[in-house]
Design a protein around this ligand. Structure first.
Ligand SMILES: Cc1cc2nc3c(=O)[nH]c(=O)nc-3n(C[C@H](O)[C@H](O)[C@H](O)COP(=O)(O)OP(=O)(O)OC[C@H]3O[C@@H](n4cnc5c(N)ncnc54)[C@H](O)[C@@H]3O)c2cc1C
Length: 563
């Protein structure tokens, strides 16, 4: 006897042991690996499946795209945005990596986002039943807007208060246009407003309206203030002209302000803000160096953005940190002094702690320093709420106090997907409460994860994933706002969808029913990804063949209870 890698069941030298009842099949939908690390987990397999299987489902391309888009927007009203900027951990986990290359899930999401904008698809309203409650949201970043969207589609009255002239938060004032064109952001925001969300711009809570007044006006509040304050380094010589925080510099750059940075710019930090600040500075014609105290492996910035940055001619100085700035007698910035670092033990973030190497100081000429090491929320006017330093204290579900919820970067710096998920989670919790139901936040996925060996691709030919075309680096620098990568075509999207293995869910390949000699599988008339056959075991010979041939890992071996 040996063990079948797919089912973990014993099989005889000739094949499956036909007498052992352990080989009855059982249809078990499983959690695909692509969804395991997604912060705002949409049903990725479902939206790709509906397109890949559109022929079996009797859907036109248009209908399949619309359904796929709707699946995404049930959890994320910003597919055009996240399809451009999400670090896409889904692709890192794609089973396809075991054969060739992961599916280009992020590029596919972007395609659907752009397609729906072109088609002017509205977001789906879940209820038209009028509600009594009036909800206030502070901050029109992705978190506040996600909350507003989820409540407005359930027919609640929602008003969003935003300090800036335009909505979008860091998606507008942080992420540069060459990664996220404002037209895409505008289109996805206006679709949320079309659900009846009221947006009050240029209204800073804590300055124009007090928290107390707002509290009285609305049934409940959701706070999505983000983390607007860039942190300084506290270095000797830092106070004075020509030193910017990354968020301050980017916000002005994105507003179209012309800032003279001089010829030599140094940016310090290793996250997306640092990389974006360096790339924007490069687009002003300056020579730019990015200095980061850890190694490339520990850089939190999206890897592909770091690669683009290097292509654009930005120097990357790893394992080094600024120690002081030297200024001329009239206060002009002249040199940055830095020292080399070595990596020690892991710190609380799990990354190895950088430690200065004694006697390793060096200096470099600098006209402008941009510090992009961290950000913190600005809680002016919110001091009455429980907080530790600049960070608001909440319970696990983001509840600050009765009637006040919070989410996004103001709780912990993160990515847009996380901010959107927290807005959705708070909305679902609040809606449940209004309905008299208890909610403990977004439910955990009850489905077991599919094991890699359950998905079989021995017979699948290798293929290359689609790659979005990119502007050559010199053209990106010349036209500072031109988008770097383009959207894949419809044909590319359709081809890519076919590469999905549908891990853990039936894709209707019919192998099980073709190999079954007992007629256990009956085709369903109402089909959908994961739903193509019903299964009756009355005539099952327990041969286990269907389990063996199922390429998706959807069928499990099942031991019927002994009567
Ligand atoms: C430069 C940069 C690049 C980034 N790149 C990426 C990326 O590539 N991928 C990714 O996933 N994430 C990226 N992020 C992170 C992402 O943008 C954030 O995680 C996300 O925007 C947080 O959403 P939020 O709604 O919590 O806060 P924000 O987006 O900061 O929005 C908060 C909003 O609240 C408003 N506000 C604040 N205080 C008040 C007040 N008192 N009254 C009224 N309004 C107020 C602000 O003006 C702002 O509009 C990046 C961030 C930056 C800064």
């Amino acid at each position: 006897m040996n063990t079948d890698s797919g089912t973990g069941q014993k099989k005889s030298e000739e094949g499956f042991d036909r007498l052992t009842p352990a080989y009855h099949p059982h249809q078990q939908e499983k959690q695909p690996p692509c969804q395991a690390d997604c912060p705002n987990c949409g049903d990725i397999r479902q939206w790709i499946g509906v397109v890949a299987q559109r022929g079996k489902l009797g859907l036109s391309d248009h209908q399949a795209f619309a359904r796929a888009w709707q699946t995404i927007t049930d959890v994320n009203p910003f597919p055009g945005v996240l399809g451009r900027i999400c670090p896409h951990p889904c692709e890192d986990r794609c089973t396809r990596t075991g054969l060739d290359d992961p599916l280009a899930i992020n590029a596919m999401e972007r395609f659907l986002g752009d397609w729906a904008i072109k088609e002017r698809l509205p977001l789906r309203q879940l209820s038209n039943e009028p509600r009594r409650e009036w909800l206030g949201v502070v901050g029109a970043g992705p978190s506040g807007l996600s909350f507003a969207y989820q409540m407005a589609r359930r027919a609640y009255r929602v008003t969003v208060y935003e300090a800036q002239e335009q909505a979008g938060g860091m998606l507008r004032y942080g992420v540069p246009d060459y990664r996220l064109p404002p037209a895409v952001l505008d289109a996805e925001i206006s679709r949320i407003l079309d659900l009846g969300v009221e947006l009050k711009l240029n209204t800073m809570i804590g300055r124009d309206i007090t928290l107390e007044e707002l509290r009285k006006r609305h049934t409940t509040l959701y706070l999505g203030l983000g983390a607007q304050q860039g942190r300084n380094l506290g270095l000797p010589g830092e106070d004075g002209p020509s030193v910017w925080t990354g968020t301050d510099y980017l916000s002005r750059f994105n507003n179209g302000e012309k800032i003279d940075l001089g010829a030599a710019v140094v940016v310090t930090g290793g996250g997306n803000t640092a990389v974006d600040a360096a790339r924007c500075a490069r687009r002003t014609g300056a020579e730019v160096s990015l200095i980061y105290r850890r190694s490339m492996e520990e850089m939190p910035a999206i890897q592909a953005e770091v690669e683009d940055m290097l292509e654009e001619g930005i120097e990357l100085l790893l394992l080094a940190t600024p120690t002081r700035l030297q200024r001329s007698d009239d206060g002009r910035l002249e040199n940055l002094v830095a020292c080399r670092m070595a990596l020690g033990e892991a710190d609380s973030s799990g990354r190895r702690r950088p430690e200065p190497i004694p006697g390793s100081e060096f200096s470099m000429p600098v006209d402008t320093l941009i510090t992009a090491v961290s950000q913190a929320p600005v809680l002016d006017g919110f001091e009455a709420l429980d907080h530790t330093g600049n960070w608001l204290s909440t319970d696990q579900l983001g509840n600050v106090s009765p009637g006040i919820q919070a989410g996004g970067d103001m709780l912990k710096l993160g990515i847009a997907g996380n901010a959107i998920m927290q807005g959705r989670s708070a909305a679902e919790e609040l809606h449940a409460k209004f309905q008299g139901r208890r909610s403990d936040g977004l439910p955990d996925d009850p489905r077991p994860p599919v094991e890699p060996q359950q998905v079989t691709f021995d017979q699948t030919p290798t293929s290359t994933p689609v790659r979005a075309l990119k502007l050559p680096a010199d053209e990106r620098i010349d036209d500072g706002r031109a988008e770097v990568a383009n959207t894949i075509s419809e044909q590319q999207f359709l081809r890519e969808a076919k590469r999905c293995f549908s891990c853990g869910s039936c894709m209707g390949c019919e192998s099980c029913s073709m190999f079954c000699t007992s007629g256990c599988f009956t085709k369903l008339t109402e089909t959908g990804p994961g739903m193509y056959f019903s299964l009756t075991l009355d005539m099952c010979k327990a041969c286990g063949k269907c389990i063996e041939v199922c390429p998706c890992g959807f069928l499990d071996a099942y031991q019927p209870p002994v009567p």
